[in-house]
Design a protein. Structure first.
Length: 415
């Protein structure tokens, strides 16, 4: 199954039930633990491999547009704007006109559901599904209806909202076959749930997903999100072999060549004592991974072979000092919107794919630029700023959890 690379986020609702709590803004822009809720939705999907977004906007769309421009300038996205309310179905249909993929993920901007998109995609393809729903098993609830499936996952029925002791709810995350959906004889304005899902007799499947789920549509769950999505403070005493260390390269491990690039192994010079630090770091972190932008290759100023030779030298000297580097990820693209180029979190997604033991809530990114820190925030990991090239960085900063003068002083603090 090809990776799901494109997602539609429905962010055009009026949010009437939340208006007294967060008046005057779309629900997805409601502040949660210091960030608009939409921040968490976007970055969860990016850390599942989604690279391109379509935002379906309506109510006060200009607020969301401004947020995306200011806080996600390197995100690849398009906006589909309703000039009048079209219902959930009309909003999805309008957005699919901008989609480039045959299979697109659809989710709500006010719901966060930690689904396994790869697993969903495999199931979707196996069943030749028109629409696959992510179902969340729940107990003791009356806020949602229940979806019934047969042994193969085909949807049998949708039950109305009432009290249920247990059941599977529609989690609001779909994989949709755009081509088949657009063939349906659908009006411009309609409810996706009532007039498409509940009326379609074949081609619908559901797959149970038991990941984290929260819908901030009511004040009680909005307040719960404030606690559950707040990242605990970084405590270096908690770091053990369950943790992962992400390291930027230039200015963190080696001397940065200001305004230029390291073109050859001869030009690669470790910062004072850096190789020996890896021996100490290896006693605390289960995985040590270098994550670096290397645009010099994309600009044609050096070759990929030269970059590999530099990295071979770096790894060899670290190993000789008794340390280790488990992997190196780099992005050579000159396109700031390339999903693998920091501050976009694509390299973290690749690392987690290659190393399934990585727990992002137990990962630290060490870097010497704000793009490294923003990368950390987008990937959902802790951030440590080293002042090797920017000694006067003003703190506190919303994207920095801790700061040290160098990798050496950070390593000493771990001891």
């Amino acid at each position: 199954m090809k990776e799901i690379k494109e997602a539609i986020i429905l962010a055009g609702g009026l949010g009437t039930r939340l208006r007294d709590t967060v008046p005057g803004i779309p629900k997805c822009m409601a502040p949660v633990a210091g960030k608009p809720f939409l921040f968490y939705v976007i970055n969860y999907l990016r850390m599942q491999g989604v690279e391109q977004f379509i935002f379906s906007l309506g109510y006060k769309h200009e607020l969301i547009e401004e947020y995306l421009k200011s806080d996600f300038p390197t995100l690849r996205y398009k906006n589909a704007i309703e000039r009048e309310p079209l219902g959930t179905g009309g909003a999805i249909l309008l957005a699919t006109k901008l989609a480039e993929s045959k299979t697109v993920l659809v989710t709500n901007g006010d719901t966060l559901f930690h689904v396994d998109i790869r697993q969903m995609a495999t199931f979707h393809e196996k069943n030749n599904s028109v629409c696959t729903l992510a179902l969340k098993p729940m107990t003791d609830f009356d806020r949602y209806g229940v979806v019934e499936i047969d042994g193969a996952g085909a949807i049998k029925s949708f039950k109305e909202k009432q009290y249920y002791w247990q059941g599977d709810i529609n989690g609001g995350v779909y994989l949709l076959d755009k081509t088949e959906f657009e063939k349906e004889n659908l009006p411009e304005k309609f409810s996706f749930e009532k007039e498409f899902l509940e009326k379609k007799e074949v081609g619908l499947f559901g797959i149970r997903q038991n990941g984290y789920f929260i819908d901030i549509g009511i004040p009680e769950d909005y307040e719960r999100a404030q606690l559950e999505l707040k990242q605990p403070a970084l405590d270096l005493r908690n770091i053990n072999h369950d943790w992962t260390l992400f390291l930027d390269r230039d200015g963190v491990i080696n001397v940065d060549k200001d305004g230029s690039y390291i073109f050859s192994p001869d030009e690669f010079v470790f910062l004072d004592g850096a190789p020996a630090l890896f021996k100490k770091l290896a006693t605390r972190f289960g995985r040590i991974i270098v994550i670096t932008n290397q645009r010099g290759v994309g600009r044609g100023l050096m070759t990929a072979e030269a970059l590999e030779a530099i990295h071979d030298k770096m790894k060899k000297e670290v190993q000789q000092a008794g340390g280790r580097i488990d992997a190196i990820y780099y992005c050579t693209s000159v396109d700031n919107q390339h999903p693998m180029r920091k501050p976009n979190p694509g390299m973290a997604w690749h690392a987690k794919t290659d190393f399934p033991a990585i727990d992002l809530s137990k990962t630290v990114m060490v870097g010497n630029n704000l793009s490294d820190m923003k990368f950390g925030r987008n990937a959902g990991v802790y951030t440590v700023f080293v002042r090797t090239t920017q000694p006067h960085m003003a703190l506190p900063h919303p994207d920095i959890d801790m700061a040290f003068s160098s990798l050496k002083t950070f390593t000493e603090a771990l001891e």
